[in-house]
Write a new protein. Sequence first.
Length: 201
Amino acid sequence: MVITPGQDGRRGDLPLAAACGMFVLVGDCCRNLPVSRVKNLYLLRHAKSSWAEPALADHDRPLNRRGTRDAPRMGAALRELMPPLPATVSTALRARLTLAGLCEGWPELAPLAHREDAELYTFSEDELWDWLRGQDDAVSQLFLIGHNPALTGLLARLAPDRAPDNLPTAGYAALALDLAHWRHLAPGCGRVERLLFPRQL
């Protein structure tokens, strides 16, 4: 099933729906594909969010001026570093608007079928770890947009030798994982191949 802009009242009025094409429901995936012996994991923390409206639920906070600026700049930079992949995104507004900003700077990303997953709206590395272990082995590359401290903790567990002390807002990490099956995810199985932060742009 495909969620098109306007079909869901919660999503249809957001810039993300127009800027980044369609979302497919979690569970729609390709089957019977060969299993790669190496998995690639691309992680992006959402861009800087706004605290200007204290009454807003955490899930509904938008980006602030800096976040709105950084997301397209990171999109333009990532265009040179990785293939355009459908992103799996936390349902939090700040994560979805980060993807919309990436699409502004990376036009090839916009028409892809990105997915929202409520399980990525987590601050727990253990929950994120369990989510990864449950992914389809036919999928050899995952591009996630999520939250700290879950992402920083995940990086430290997968690649302790080169993991940053903190993945900043809109910060990016690319990892190669030495495994054929996501369920075999284990501490130290990853290698950080690239880190990129907005302050480097």
